[in-house]
Design a protein around this ligand. Structure first.
Ligand SMILES: Cc1cc2nc3c(=O)[nH]c(=O)nc-3n(C[C@H](O)[C@H](O)[C@H](O)COP(=O)(O)OP(=O)(O)OC[C@H]3O[C@@H](n4cnc5c(N)ncnc54)[C@H](O)[C@@H]3O)c2cc1C
Ligand SMILES: NC(=O)c1ccc[n+]([C@@H]2O[C@H](COP(=O)([O-])OP(=O)(O)OC[C@H]3O[C@@H](n4cnc5c(N)ncnc54)[C@H](OP(=O)(O)O)[C@@H]3O)[C@@H](O)[C@H]2O)c1
Length: 391
């Protein structure tokens, strides 16, 4: 029953959501896929404060299971049932009440975001408060940026909403994207994801999980279906498979590169003349966060991975990042670029991707003896030889 509802909901969201999907992508009914979770394995060591998992999904239904290396899977998460129950109980709402033909408990489960609140909702809360509660609201100010609906209920027990008023004030649940970490040529009916659980402290210093990473890594039961679609990307391996490939993927940024390496290993095994592969990977600790260490060692031994440069940032007193390894290997890296290699970056957009680009420009300047390294980088981009999938 639940699975059917999820799919009905995806259909309902369908084309009308086209401007609300991640990066404004259009979502069409024909794109929806039912995937079943068939495996969840630790990528980090279980005692690591940073939890990372590999999730494997099997294709159940839907036509568009036609992903390529570099594409992502979009997943609609579900809110924790205990929070949904709490909201229903607080506002004395009936979960079975139908609104626009959908049960209120389903609206709150997977169609509305209850973890991150809209300005319109907060404004409506403020309008209901008076006296001490209003002062308390004003005192929290911008801290509400990390408040959930349940936090607000805790703080202001007098709050009242009718379902019809509440729902339009909540943000729509958005799908989250995850880079596909496997190659379809190897497992035509399955795909893998590599996901880190988002954890942070909210404004009351309470532990909080990210909605989708918590749902996928902690809550989604094995063999349960979930609503997804493939988000096609321009982040792609060179069409000319004889080209060399340099990949920079710290953290979960390694995900698409596992797919690239699987694909190129398969081509190599089939006797094709495949270019060389070089991976820069970084995480906090070698002992607990060296994702896919065995597979990478296997590919090194088989010649599918010529260079593997590692940057474990917290294994020494000072930080070592992937861009430090790039600089150390600048001369060789320039040689690869000069003979036509493709350069890929995946992972954190806020800091890592920017710092990697600076290091790349420095390397082009120093080892390529170029006064205008930016022009060279622009040319690389034009030729699709500098590609980034950063978030
Ligand atoms: C193309 C693409 C590919 C991606 N691939 C992957 C992948 O392979 N693996 C992967 O794990 N992720 C990947 N992501 C990220 C993923 O889509 C989600 O953004 C991520 O899992 C977080 O979603 P969530 O629902 O768990 O967190 P949300 O509930 O969306 O929470 C995230 C929010 O939490 C808040 N927050 C987070 N940290 C803090 C903090 N320290 N302090 C205060 N507030 C904080 C912020 O408001 C932030 O916006 C990718 C993203 C894109 C765009
Ligand atoms: N929207 C979200 O809430 C959300 C959720 C999940 C992931 N993300 C994004 O996805 C990224 C990937 O997350 P992740 O946990 O897989 O890995 P990550 O946070 O990027 O960490 C991977 C490695 O990169 C290091 N690093 C930190 N700053 C760096 C820099 N400026 N240059 C190079 N390396 C740097 C980290 O070191 P230290 O930790 O020791 O500094 C760690 O060793 C996140 O950083 C975040 O931007 C966003």
């Amino acid at each position: 029953m639940e699975d059917t509802l999820t799919l009905q909901w995806v259909e309902k969201q369908g084309p009308s959501e086209s401007n609300n999907g991640p990066r404004g992508m259009g979502i069409h009914m024909r794109d929806r896929l039912a995937l079943q979770l068939v495996g969840r394995h630790w990528l980090s060591e279980p005692d690591s404060p940073k939890e990372a998992f590999q999730l494997s999904f099997e294709h159940i239904s839907g036509e568009n299971f036609d992903y390529q290396c570099g594409d992502s899977l979009a997943v609609w998460p579900e809110n924790p049932p205990e929070e949904v129950e709490r909201i229903l109980a607080h506002f004395a709402m009936e979960g079975q009440q139908k609104i626009d033909g959908i049960a209120l408990s389903d609206w709150l489960r997977n169609q509305r975001c209850i973890a991150h609140l809209s300005d319109a909702f907060l404004e409506s809360v403020r309008g209901q408060l008076g006296g001490e509660e209003l002062e308390k609201f004003a005192a929290h100010g911008e801290a509400f940026g990390t408040a959930s609906l349940c936090d607000v209920i805790d703080l202001f027990p007098s709050l009242k909403f009718r379902a019809e008023t509440l729902l339009p004030l909540l943000k729509k649940m958005q799908p989250r994207l995850y880079s596909i970490a496997s190659a379809v040529s190897l497992q035509p009916k399955r795909l893998d994801l590599a996901i880190v659980v988002v954890k942070y402290k909210n404004f009351r210093n309470r532990d909080r999980y990210g909605v989708a990473s918590h749902y996928l890594c902690h809550r989604l039961p094995l063999y349960k279906q979930t609503a997804t679609f493939i988000a096609h990307s321009r982040f792609k391996l060179p069409q000319d498979i004889s080209r060399d490939v340099i990949m920079v993927g710290p953290g979960t940024g390694i995900a698409p590169f596992r797919s690239f390496l699987q694909e190129r290993a398969a081509l190599r095994k089939a006797g094709k003349s495949v270019g060389e592969n070089w991976l820069f990977f970084g995480e906090q600790h070698r002992a607990s966060n060296f994702y896919y260490a065995d597979e990478l060692a296997h590919w090194q031994a088989s010649g599918n991975l010529i260079h593997l440069d590692l940057a474990f940032s917290r294994d020494q007193e000072y930080k070592i990042y992937v861009q430090d390894r790039m600089r150390e290997r600048g001369q060789e890296l320039w040689k690869w670029l000069d003979r036509g290699a493709y350069f890929y970056v995946c992972g954190d957009a806020a800091h890592m991707a920017k710092d990697v680009e600076i290091a790349l420009l420095d390397i082009i300047h120093q080892w390529g003896a170029m006064d205008a390294p930016l022009d060279f980088l622009k040319q690389l981009k034009k030729e699709n030889r500098y590609q980034r999938d950063v978030y």
